[in-house]
Design a protein around this ligand. Structure first.
Ligand SMILES: CC(C)(COP(=O)(O)OP(=O)(O)OC[C@H]1O[C@@H](n2cnc3c(N)ncnc32)[C@H](O)[C@@H]1OP(=O)(O)O)[C@@H](O)C(=O)NCCC(=O)NCCS
Length: 138
């Protein structure tokens, strides 16, 4: 898995290692870690990005956790369960109030979040899209 089309795998690994260690970050970025769940063939099923903390500026519109399921593996309740694994990792980083955002129209994401007892923190419009920010205390 890679986020940049032009990037080779080794460069991707170095980049996510740097990001985890807080090296070579853009000025307003904070360290973050990428997690994966793979199947028996080592193909990625789920991935999650976890920011180690949010600055007061980032807290306004940003999130700690972002995650996704491989399209062919959706609707199997994987995300609902995997989100709890991301929270365990957040706990290890001493994050006690975890924030997550999703488009209000993203029914699947909203269901996984609400089923895991996240509460609505705020709603705001970003680039013409209504965003819901939810939080959970861990
Ligand atoms: C959002 C996402 C992570 C959900 O993954 P998933 O593994 O399919 O979710 P689950 O199987 O755990 O389903 C959770 C709930 O959403 C429902 N659901 C799943 N996909 C849905 C869809 N396309 N439309 C409506 N409901 C949907 C499920 O039925 C389930 O509800 P239920 O328990 O009441 O039946 C996945 O769709 C995804 O990767 N989307 C793209 C990235 C993204 O939007 N990430 C979220 C940002 S925080």
């Amino acid at each position: 898995m890679k986020f940049r089309e032009e990037e080779i795998y080794e460069t991707f690994l170095l980049r996510i290692q740097d990001q985890r260690e807080g090296k070579n970050l853009k000025p307003w970025y904070v360290p973050w870690t990428l997690y994966f769940i793979v199947d028996k063939d080592e193909k990625v099923i789920w991935w999650s990005a976890l920011r180690h903390y949010l600055t007061p500026e980032l807290l306004i519109h940003w999130w700690h956790i972002w995650h996704g399921i491989k399209p062919s593996e959706r609707w199997k309740w994987y995300a609902t369960q995997a989100l709890n694994l991301a929270l365990l990792e957040a706990k290890k980083l001493d994050i006690d109030k975890v924030m997550l955002t999703c488009d209000k129209s993203n029914i699947a994401s909203a269901r996984t979040i609400v089923k895991n007892w996240w509460v609505l923190d705020s709603e705001y419009i970003h680039e013409w899209v209504m965003i819901q920010k939810r939080r959970i205390n861990i």
